[in-house]
Design a binder for this molecule. Structure first.
Ligand SMILES: N[C@@H](CCC(=O)N[C@@H](CS)C(=O)NCC(=O)O)C(=O)O
Length: 266
């Protein structure tokens, strides 16, 4: 019964999670005023593990922003419980549902604390409050495309890649349950190819970045973070994408070579 509840909650988490041909006058500045001074003396802590695709999204964002931060290693509450580990009270304060990632910052000037969960919310907050390397374009259309691909990544890509992670890694290693290999095979043969074909078609349109922005954006971080999950489950990412999707292959290689991504994965 306990196991069933845990499985349900984890799967519910999935559904929560679940996306330079640009106008010449595109600037890379965020329209949202940046709280420069306020953000200078801020201590940031990210709670989670590098193995989580949602934590990965925030880690890459922090690295792109060149923002100092501390990664406080922790598993989600459900997995801590399943493995009889202590759940720090402070973690539940900043992450009321015990999910990761959870983000916390302390302003060292006035000692005020702020915390928030939900990977996309954290990413947007970091982008709005840290001036370095804007990760959303300034024009409304480009910005809307970034939001669209972030949503597609979280609502369509992640439920598939996370299910594979759940079956191949979480179930055998944490829940002591067997992998449903038929389910994984079906995702790999039937469901994932539809997503990969869509991404290939999108990139074949001669665009450098998934949301057709001039620069790397939160959309790229979202899509790539969820696809990288495949390699953390023991699959070969290149082989899974396949030679018949050359644009997606090249796109993922380009992203995997970014220092921010290397650091987030390292
Ligand atoms: N929508 C959330 C999803 C986060 C999420 O589901 N994280 C997983 C770990 S990868 C988790 O904490 N699962 C435990 C749970 O669902 O209780 C986000 O984007 O941050």
């Amino acid at each position: 019964m306990k196991k069933r509840l845990l499985t349900f909650v984890l799967l519910a988490g999935i559904s929560f999670a679940v996306h330079p041909l640009y106008a010449a006058d595109q600037t890379t500045e965020s329209k949202v005023p940046v709280a420069h001074k306020e953000q200078k003396d801020v201590h940031r802590t990210l709670w989670g593990t590098k193995k989580s695709p949602y934590v990965r999204k925030v880690l890459i964002t922090l690295e792109e922003k060149k923002a100092p931060y501390k990664l406080e290693g922790i598993l989600p509450e459900k997995l801590l419980k399943a493995t009889n580990q202590k759940i720090p009270e402070v973690f539940l304060k900043i992450s009321p549902f015990g999910k990761i990632p959870a983000y916390q910052e302390i302003n060292m000037t006035d000692h005020k604390e702020f915390s928030i969960t939900e990977s996309s919310v954290i990413m947007n907050y970091l982008n709005e409050t840290i001036e370095e390397t804007p990760l959303r374009p300034n024009d409304p259309k480009g910005n809307a495309r970034v939001s669209w691909f972030m949503t597609y990544g979280n609502d369509v890509v992640a439920p598939l890649t996370y299910k594979i992670l759940f079956e191949k890694v979480i179930k055998p290693n944490f829940l002591k349950e067997k992998t449903d290999t038929a389910l994984v095979d079906n995702i790999l043969k039937e469901e994932l190819p539809v997503v990969l074909d869509f991404l290939e078609k999108t990139l074949a349109d001669n665009r450098a970045w998934i949301a057709d922005t001039k620069n790397f954006s939160l959309a790229d971080i979202t899509i790539a973070s969820h696809l990288i999950t495949l390699s953390t489950t023991g699959l070969n990412l290149d082989e899974t994408i396949g030679e018949k999707r050359p644009n997606l292959l090249q796109y993922m290689r380009k992203i995997l070579n970014r220092p921010s991504v290397k650091k987030a994965l390292g």
